[in-house]
Design a protein around this ligand. Structure first.
Ligand code: C2E
Ligand code: MG
Ligand code: MG
Ligand code: MG
Length: 288
């Protein structure tokens, strides 16, 4: 009896794994047509200055409005797009769209006020995009056509994508950085990279991974976590890097991170990712 129950469980687990593989396969093959049909859209999550809560910019986060499965988050399809190379045209679309949107915020909506200060836009780059030879030329083209100044764009690259990176991989990032584009090291602290290595990378922003922020949720916060974040902030600032923290969900966390000297923050405490007009109203609210 027990054996047959176990057998059933395995069959069940197999069926589930099969279903997941079928879905993955279905999603993978549907990706190119989805891009053509315009099924992707972008939500924007504000980045705020920790000292006064004013809006610094926004991160573009892509979603897929799938006709059968509903809205899918990037974790469901970015890895598939990476595997098939579709990430290159998809990423190009995200960059184009996000830069156009940032320029629109800066100009002010029709009949609206101008945003105060240069609102910035953060766009994620995956490893395949980094290796794509057209990256620099396409980015220059997108910026020129939109009229957005390069200094208003920040490209986020994960720490793990740059571990062991050789000069060939870093060259396009160096070129972009020389043009004034900011490069952020995303999910920092999860990649076990050599801290001394930071000096070699053309980055100007560290984005501390959400796991650090989570460690600060307990009361009192774990003193070892605090020491680690404090150390990272010191190191970053001594290398003239700005520090952004992700995943801030409570006011207590924000307070703690402010005291530790972090510069900007992003998280549900401030706003969830949302439609582009949301950013516009936040910026206008700052201006009054
Ligand atoms: P990421 O770049 O580290 O983006 C931050 C993720 O944390 C987002 O998840 C965001 O919705 C989520 N988040 C923000 N604040 C909070 C918070 O307070 N609490 C919690 N628990 N989560 C929070 P999302 O939108 O699901 O994106 C996941 C990842 O997908 C991103 O991680 C990024 O690596 C990737 N991604 C998103 N858009 C793109 C894109 O256009 N291109 C590429 N290559 N990757 C993208
Ligand atoms: Mg990011
Ligand atoms: Mg991140
Ligand atoms: Mg993250």
């Amino acid at each position: 009896r027990a054996k047959s129950a176990g057998g059933n469980r395995f069959e069940f687990a197999d069926a589930e794994a099969d279903a997941r593989a079928i879905t993955r396969h279905g999603l993978t093959t549907a990706l190119p047509a989805a891009l053509e049909r315009g099924e992707f859209f972008i939500e924007y999550q504000p980045l705020v200055h920790l000292d006064d809560g004013s809006v610094h910019g926004a991160e573009a986060l892509v979603r897929w409005c799938h006709p059968q499965h509903g809205v899918l988050g990037p974790d469901r399809f970015i890895p598939l797009a990476e595997n098939t190379g579709l990430i290159v045209p998809l990423g190009r679309w995200v960059l184009q769209e996000a830069v156009r949107q940032a320029r629109f915020w800066q100009d002010g909506a029709p009949g609206g006020h101008r945003a105060t200060g240069p609102l910035r836009i953060n766009v994620n780059l995956s490893p395949t995009q980094l290796q794509h030879p057209g990256l620099v030329a396409e980015t220059v083209d997108v910026l020129e056509r939109s009229g957005l100044e390069p200094g208003a764009l920040c490209l986020e690259v994960t720490e793990s994508a740059l571990i062991g990176a050789d000069d060939d991989l870093l060259k396009p990032l160096r070129q972009l950085a020389e043009m004034g584009v900011d490069i952020a090291l995303d999910d920092f602290g999860t990649g076990y990279s050599n801290l001394a290595n930071l000096r070699r990378l053309p980055v100007s922003v560290l984005k501390l991974d959400r796991s650090f922020t989570q460690g600060m949720q307990q009361h009192p916060a774990d003193p070892v976590d605090l020491k680690i974040v404090e150390g990272i902030v010191h190191l970053a600032h001594s290398l003239e890097l700005a520090v952004t923290v992700e995943g801030v969900e409570t006011g207590a966390q924000a307070q703690q991170l402010r005291e530790l000297g972090c510069d900007t923050a992003q998280g549900w405490y401030y706003a969830r990712p949302g439609a582009p007009d949301r950013i516009h109203s936040l910026v206008l609210a700052d201006a009054v």
